[in-house]
Design a protein around this ligand. Sequence first.
Ligand code: GDD
Ligand code: MN
Length: 378
Amino acid sequence: MRAPSIDGLFVSFSLAIIVPTLNEAGNVRPLLARLDAALRGIAFEVIFVDDDSSDGTPEIIRQAALERADVRCLRRIGRRGLASACIEGMLATSAPCLAVMDGDLQHDETLLRRMYDTLIARPEVDVVVGSRFVDGASVGGLPAGRARLSRIGNAVTRALLRAEVSDPLSGFFALRRELLDEVAHALSGQGFKILLDILASSRRRLAVVELPLEFRERHSGQSKLDLLVALEFAMLLADKTLGRIVPVRFVMFVLVGLFGVIVHLAFLAAALQAGGLPFYWAQALATWSAMTVNFSLNNKLTYRDRQLRGGAFAKGLLSFWLACTIGAVINLRIAELIYEQGALWPIAGALGAVVGSVWNYGIASTFTWGRAPRPAHA
Ligand code: GDD
Ligand code: MN
């Protein structure tokens, strides 16, 4: 059947629903059934973006996709992250209206029709948000602690971004593809908060409509939110406010490096005092230990979205050792050169350390935790 037209354009799907999944095997089929019931008459497609779930989620999605053309599975390997999954899902469709929703049935699918209708009927509206904090909404599905955290996070975000949205942290919303194309190059893609990322990446004032959402209990499986998500959230906020000046990942990298100095001194003290090693060997052991601890921390925190495991972890560690060793040599040479030019020792030392850190960061980002470089026009 030919799909309906929007603004005179014939498209195969007028609405794409992006569903990020991580171990949602029990929720895929029920979600599709509910979408079918809720969206009768709308030409929609569902794009699941799965980060290599281990519970058979991709297989279930692909089975469904064999039965119907409006379901797709975009499977990512060696990658993690709710926000980046949503971005890639949105970029994988040509539908003029895009919606993002969770795969665990916590979001009320009957809102989708209203979101879609609003975008179609009101060309001035950029985004429609399912909000947990407008009149008529509820957060019944959130434990009290999480609900409070969510309110605080929302308040901080609103103050920082001056966005007139009651729930910029909601994971349920719809937007026009033009807006996605507008902000695509500016998105951070870090962490959990894709809506915030979009709102904060736009250069113009966006027209946002909010619809009350009753946040339901999760259908089956477990939440993937853990403590580190709070850190990711802080990183996203920092990136959106200060990130144009200094990349937040670099700041994180430097913080981990500074922590490494403490680790270094602790190991040095232990090797000298408890181990009774000669200074040279104690220093070498401490250096090596600090690099290893830094590597693990960077892998867990700074590059959490590209975390290395198993064989890739070992290879990454080797390349990190190598990069840091070269970085240390560069640091020494630069500091020496500047010192010889007559600079004060703190200045020479600090400049050497800065150049060494930038080198380490560059190598780590491109090789150790590398991915394809951004295109030149980005
Ligand atoms: N592809 C992918 N990769 N999907 C993920 C990842 C990931 O790293 N982490 C979580 N998901 C999927 C889950 O499978 C689920 O479908 C959805 O993203 C939401 O994850 P939950 O683990 O259920 O999160 P939550 O219920 O605690 O958080 C929800 O509430 C927040 C507001 O409090 C989400 O809707 C958030 O988006 C929302 O901001
Ligand atoms: Mn959930």
